[in-house]
Design a protein. Sequence first.
Lengths: 320, 256, 552
Amino acid sequence: MILVIAEQKDGRLNRASWEAVAAAQQLSGGQMPIKVAVLGSGVAGVAGELAQAAVAEVLAVDAGALGIYTPDAFVQAAAALIREQAPQYVLLAHTYQTRDFVPTLATRIDRALVTDVIAIRTAEGQAAFARPMFQGKLVADVVPQGPAPHLVTVQIGAFRADAVQKGQAPIVTVAGSVDAAAIRQRPEAPFQEAKQAVDLSQAERIVAVGRGIKSQENVAVAEQLAQAFGAELAASRPICDNGWLPMERQIGSSGQTVAPKLYVAVGISGAIQHLVGMKGSRTIVAINKDAEAPIFEIADYGIVADLFEVAPALIAELKK
Amino acid sequence: MKIAVCIKQVPTREWQPRLNETKTWIREQEASYEMNEPDAYALEEGLRLREKHGGEVVVCSAGPARVQQVIREALARGADRALHVEDEALGAADASTAATALMAPMKEEGFDLILTGLQSDDQGHAQFGPVLAEKLGVPHSTIIMEVQFEPGQAGAIKVKRELEGGWFQYVTMPTPALLTIQSGINQLRYATLKGIMAAKKKEIRKVAPPPGLVPRLKVVALYAPQKSKQTVMIGGPAAQAAQELVRRLREEARAL
Amino acid sequence: MERETLDVDVLIVGGGPAGLSAALRLAQLQQAKGGDALSIAVVEKAREAGAHQLSGALLDPSALAELIPDFKAKGAPLACEVSRDSVYYLTPRRQLRLPITPPPFRNHGNYIISLSQFAKWLAGQVEAEGIDLFWGFAAQAVLFDGQRVIGVRTGDRGVGKDGQPRGMFEPGADIRARVTIFADGVRGHLTKELMRVLQLGDHSEPAQFAIGLKELWDIPRDRLAPGTVVHTLGYPLRQEEFGGSWLYAMPDGRVSIGFVVGLDYQDPLLDPYSAFQRFKQHPFIAGLLSGGQVVRYGAKALPEGGWNTQPSLFMDGGLIVGDAANFVNSMRLKGIHLAMRSGMLAAETAFDAVRAGDTSARALSAYKARVDSSAIKTELFPVRDVHQAFSGGLYAGSVFAGLAMMTGGRLPGGVTGHAGHTRLKTLGHYYGMKKRDILTGSNAVTPDRSLTFDKLTSVHYSGTHHEEDQPVHLLVHTEVCHTICGDEYGHPCVRFCPANVYEMVDNGQGGRRLQINASNCVHCKTCDIMDPYGVITWVAPEGGEGPQYDGM
């Protein structure tokens, strides 16, 4: 059996959990039943949502002490659940919360944990989990060692939430096993801070411009295009060197490294210094006048054109 | 306050990977190395806490003899002494193995606060900190932006933790505790000539790892990321190309 | 903020083979002779040992064997012994093997090494002696007391582009020494200052340089036997240009391949980097590299002028060693052993002087006497006029080189050289009045991104890194660039720089302006040497930055 631990906050499901379900369905290949657990206080609604997947069972693990996330409470509840359910694998999305409690969980139950997985393969007759290493320069196929269950966290965006097979699963409510006195962390309410700097690494979509946009006036056009895409505006180095955009919007080896859902490169030739900062993006669109530009080699979609030729049409199309 | 900072030596950012014969690991002896960047920020935070509250900073590292490079660097920047669990095989150790190697001698030291980077720039498991906390039986918090220490309080440590999407949260916990530090939370100091000279005289305690260390993760293949992409070139007049691109982004790539 | 100071007996500036050999020799003398321990320090701008070291490299082990007789037992990283050598003359499509390998190209008994790895190992030997090695500290200026050298000041760290402190500012340190040994390498920026202030070059011929471009490749393992050494002359250079290539095969399919172009070429539109890329396209070379992969790139100037271009080697409180003193045998393409030996001789002199309490120029002149009675002179003196003769073109030079070898250098009348950059012709002189595209090299190559690469991609492979937010470390009087240089020389900096540091960009008013991409710099010093107006000065960026020459 594969146990997926979904993530919720204030009764709202983290969409990345669907990706963990998709990964579980792939890992199972129809051979292992899948159960999805969600931990919290008052999680019936989330459990109902999860029950729309083709899985054997949804476990609503409920406890007052799970209402506000703490690693101590979640480790206790998850450890008890795993002992009870005895799965072969435990899958989660590689979120900040997962990173906070799952390594501790794996240690407490003394089992192997593979994090940040981007693909599942078979090696030497067993499941091997591909994960980036050395800052994405290499990929390693990793086989967790020792007895089951093996814990696996999947990189956000690596598995497709829309690939989840739909179904109707029964919901079972489980009383979460938490000793509130053993919780050592005292969290305060989360708060949002006024953005100090642009954190491009958090952006879902990015429109990036390069030297090929030719003149500073075209930055405004690119800005409109970014707005139409609902994207942050970024740039390759020459643009920031010219002072057309601030340094903090620079992508590449001397700027930020990003991996958004959509990366639209406009007038960027694709120097290796730029590519190392963005080649992990899920979908890459290249718009460049030069059909030979290396950026086309890593793009999913390419248009040979200048910015000012396609931007108005794109903006109009996106507004439809 | 007795502060431990766990540091790791990792290949430099500029290093070009080269694989070993079996293509399951890198050629470690050919790489150039530096201190893992988030660990450098953890060290700086430790030094600042010591300057404010007194005590000592002990750098701890598990790895082969080459790790001395970053231990020396940490001592030159101002750490008081070092603990080095030394073994050639630890160069490729996973997070759990490294934490197991460090557990006993660190327990013996009885640290009040343990700091380390949120993840390593080589293997990038993002596991070591929480795993070590559990092995030492202390509470932890991860991806920390700010550390406040109020001696004598029940929740002596108050941290600002980064959540996703621009959210943050304050968390308090008792000492001893372990925190994983986010890069960029402070400004790193430079090593001075005197610091480098003083580092030579500082104690580096070398300890052998416990017997029977078994890796938790086995790398069966290591390779460059595969290009599976087939670029779809979209031609035609601008309006038509724009329409086609947006359609594909919506329906095929689901990126909109 | 207070400036750090340090007082030592002997300060060595530069952690290459010359500086490290000097340090080790001092430690050995200390041990052999006993007495009060000298304090010795080495400063080096690279963040770790070997990071800025680039050479072919073939090592003549003569000096090493004297410095560390048990170098093999101590694990010196010698990739392999040279097993066969050959020299080819290349035409555009063919290669002609010289029937006999000329004596200077015979490498029996020499080793193929990575200079970077070798320096790292040598640094380990020095460190084991308890000597203070300060990596990541760039010596920025010489400290003088009148005409006497009293040490160096290291560069400030943590200065922003605007010259204001950024983050954790750390002012440079003053390191004062009784003797300072300058081992700052080819066209050392401190040696250059010494030569200007103390007129150390007044009695020598103008220095001559070449640029060496290098790539490390991994090729199929069975293609070249380890220990294979190939040198080529000819294509793609013309008779008017001095230069050639090397190709050294190491174990595991690793190959060092490089190209040297004399920095005394005449064609203002020549690009040495393009010559290297073009060379790789030659069927002979392309065949060897096909299916392989480039792993590292780098470039460095090298002294070519030989014996007659050595500056005065000593001054009150100071000595000059290694490449900084132009101790390279350009006939044999070798200088590591000379660098090491000169470092050792300087160490012996400095040791005696400190012990005797007299570190004046008079006392330190013993270094020059030592050099004159050493193997350095035995090797360099007979070929003292060779490079200068090459300025007459390849064939004349070859004949001259042969004669020099046979006659032991006894030729009527010395040949006097001119500083190489003065031979660069203006567009008008070289091309006549023909209109030309002045931003495209005369030998430009369209990179295919598997065998040949554009400069920016190669910069990536050099591993170079600089904080963007710091003052530009290439001081250029830019008025010349947009006013007269375009018409006269067609902005040669964009071509002779092997790292895309210099770029002429649209100034928005229909003209061009110079943009300096300082963070691309690989510290090769070519711009400081080759700029026809002499308006570029290379100074050290923040300590610890620059290329990362693993395995080079």
